[in-house]
Design a protein around this ligand. Structure first.
Ligand SMILES: *[C@@H]1O[C@H](CO)[C@@H](O)[C@H](O)[C@H]1NC(C)=O
Ligand SMILES: *[C@@H]1O[C@H](CO)[C@@H](O)[C@H](O)[C@H]1NC(C)=O
Ligand SMILES: *[C@@H]1O[C@H](CO)[C@@H](O)[C@H](O)[C@H]1NC(C)=O
Ligand SMILES: *[C@@H]1O[C@H](CO)[C@@H](O)[C@H](O)[C@H]1NC(C)=O
Ligand SMILES: *[C@@H]1O[C@H](CO)[C@@H](O)[C@H](O)[C@H]1NC(C)=O
Ligand SMILES: *[C@@H]1O[C@H](CO)[C@@H](O)[C@H](O)[C@H]1NC(C)=O
Length: 575
């Protein structure tokens, strides 16, 4: 009975079963920072060299009308929780001019009453790991890090790869940033000078008080500088590389980040397979966020500018990971998702200088109702199509269709319910999801969008734009500037996105009064659902920054050379 043959046969049986029904699939989710809808070959860019991502699209489902939010923090929050980021206080507030979490020195971050996809997978036997950019807060006692939100391990950065993280930056030596700062100071100065003038005119002032006023005006500028430029992500010391809860490099050296993430992810997948656990990899590249960077190997590799080089390095990394999955024969058992967090950034971060074309992405070119190819309007930070329409690819060989396109309205918030639906695990959070499963759409092209209405916010107040089938109404004018907030539009602007994806031909409202009235009623109903949210109006971006919360290695230097990265280099033949 207990002959070796029986034992071997039994083992084989068990391991075979393991490969089929009983092992949940592995999940790899790529999120590229600021990747434009028009950057990839599979989204119509003929010059882009993105063969590995294009292959994912050919072998999976490609979403052509997937919406993110206009900036990183809210998009990432909604991706991981399946819910609108206004519910989490992660939208622009009334006090500070920020569209994302900007400070490591405030107790702000993804709230813990939210349930992330990582938490759900972790509690269902997955080992979960995140590599790359988090941007969902740090908080007191580092309570908002990925390791406190369902990830077994984390190797990556708190914030975007911004201007201060490049070596060519250092405080006052960056002229543009300094001038920008002077301008801001000048506004305060003007206000104070007006006060002085007023006091002079009303004869309440003397020379002495004038001197006091002028001195305090100068001092307030210095204080403002210290406050904003050291406690926000404008400070090089916020360019921190974490491993789990610990700082391993501050400020980090950026050029090899993509290689390092790739290596870490390969090691993690290898270890998880050895341990026999299904894995969840969340690979959130810093790349494509300006200032764009590449490792030495990819410098000028395309001869078309650094943006294309960086795109190719990101694609190389995707290729390394998909190759690993193929070699381990895991394709039938791995769900792969590829996304961007918002449209292309076209400004140098923090200052309103437009980037040269070779350093920025493409909002995308689409054929409109009149057969003309037009660029989508807008870019990251606003709710025009170019700001919030992002690439989205979902692939699971043998399980969902390949070379399939879904062209109805979908959202980053749908990823969580879609993943859970595909792997047949229920949502275990206590919240009502705003996202919907896209699984039915994968099998039936004739179905309508699961979102009759989709709400796009600029701030914590009310939707700035609403998508309703083929229509989109804008209730706030998004200026071509760094921020989403502009003047309120009354009446709104209405576009037929299918006929006019470039949003250049507003419809005559008198012909669409029913559409507008449907949208207005939907907004009213939606706002009622927000009354029970913890953050029904206040934004976490406005939270006070406290110097003692600032993560600082080797206090007071806030400087840390790599501590645990023995071997950044990949072997020559690994490229
Ligand atoms: C980049 O490559 C192109 C051709 O591939 C070459 O003409 C150009 O000089 C290179 N630029 C730099 C900065 O090396
Ligand atoms: C994947 O599934 C297909 C069909 O379902 C099968 O032909 C193929 O052998 C499987 N590949 C692996 C590596 O299991
Ligand atoms: C292709 O990508 C490059 C760089 O992102 C961009 O300049 C170009 O406009 C894109 N082309 C299209 C058709 O979007
Ligand atoms: C979306 O796909 C459907 C069916 O495949 C097609 O009838 C429709 O014209 C497409 N719409 C757009 C905007 O491409
Ligand atoms: C609006 O409707 C009127 C008649 O009801 C029509 O004459 C006009 O062309 C329509 N305008 C548009 C832009 O469709
Ligand atoms: C990046 O890696 C290369 C080797 O691939 C190495 O020579 C270089 O020093 C590394 N750069 C940094 C900043 O660590």
């Amino acid at each position: 009975m207990n002959s070796p043959i029986t034992v071997i046969a039994l083992c084989l049986l068990i391991s075979c079963q393991g490969q089929h029904q009983n092992t949940p699939p592995n999940i790899v989710m790529f999120l590229v920072d600021d990747l434009g809808y028009g950057d990839l070959g599979c989204y119509g860019n003929e010059t882009a060299k993105t063969p590995n991502v294009d292959r994912l699209a050919a072998e999976g489902v490609r979403l052509t009308r997937m919406y993110s939010h206009a900036t990183c923090t809210p998009s990432r929050a909604s991706l991981l929780t399946g819910r609108l980021p206004v519910r989490q206080g992660l939208m622009k507030g009334d006090i500070l001019p920020f569209d994302v979490l900007m400070s490591a020195a405030s107790d702000a971050g993804l709230p813990h009453d939210e349930t992330t996809i990582a938490e759900i997978l972790q509690s269902n036997g997955y080992v979960t790991a995140m590599f790359g950019k988090w941007h969902l807060g740090l908080g007191r006692n580092r309570r908002f890090l990925p390791t406190k939100h369902g990830f077994n391990s984390f190797f990556g950065t708190l914030f975007s790869h911004g201007q201060p993280c490049t070596t060519d930056y250092s405080g006052f030596r960056n002229l543009a940033l300094f001038l920008h700062f002077l301008q801001t100071c000048f506004k305060i100065w003007k206000a104070i000078m007006l006060c002085v003038l007023f006091l002079w005119l009303t004869r309440l002032s003397s020379n002495k008080t004038t001197v006091i006023f002028l001195t305090s005006a100068a001092l307030s500028c210095v204080m403002m500088y210290t406050y904003f430029y050291t406690l926000t992500a404008l400070n090089p010391s916020t360019c921190i590389l974490f491993r789990n809860q610990n700082i391993v490099e501050q400020p980090y050296k950026y050029e090899n980040l993509t290689i390092r993430y790739t290596k870490e992810a390969l090691t993690f997948m290898h270890q998880s397979l050895n341990a026999g656990s299904p894995f969840f990899v969340y690979m959130a590249y810093n790349q494509m966020h300006p200032p764009v960077f590449v490792s030495a190997k990819f410098k000028n590799i395309t001869g078309r500018g650094i943006y294309q080089d960086a795109l190719m390095e990101m694609d190389w990394s995707v290729g390394k990971i998909t190759k690993f999955l193929t070699e381990r024969q895991l394709n039938n058992n791995t769900l792969i998702i590829f996304l961007s967090d918002n449209g292309p950034e076209i400004y140098r971060p923090g200052i309103g200088i437009i980037l040269p074309a070779a350093m920025r992405g493409s909002a995308g070119v689409i054929v409109d109702g009149q057969g003309e190819s037009i660029y989508l309007r807008g870019h990251k930070t606003n709710n025009w199509e170019g700001g919030i329409r992002v690439p989205g690819i979902i692939k699971w060989t043998g399980k969902i269709p390949n070379a399939h396109t879904i062209n109805v309205t979908t959202s980053l918030m749908d990823i969580l319910p879609t993943v859970l639906d595909l792997i047949e695990i229920p949502y275990s959070g206590n919240n009502v999801l705003d996202g919907k499963s896209l699984v039915p759409l994968m099998f039936d092209k004739s179905l309508p969008s699961p979102h009759q209405f989709l709400f796009h916010y600029c701030d914590m107040h009310k939707p700035a734009a609403v998508t309703y089938g083929r229509f989109k109404a804008h209730f706030m004018h998004s200026p071509t500037a760094i921020s989403c907030n502009g003047e309120e539009l009354n009446p709104p602007l209405l576009f037929d996105i299918e006929a006019d994806p470039g949003e250049s031909r507003p419809l005559q409202l008198e012909n669409y009064s029913e559409i507008i009235s449907d949208i207005n009623q939907a907004v009213e109903r939606h706002l009622i659902t927000r009354l029970s949210d913890q953050f029904d109006s206040g934004s976490q971006y406005d939270y006070m920054m406290w110097p003692w919360l600032f993560p600082c290695a080797n206090f007071p230097f806030c400087h840390q050379e790599i501590t645990d990265d023995k071997d950044i280099q990949l072997e020559e033949n690994e490229y």
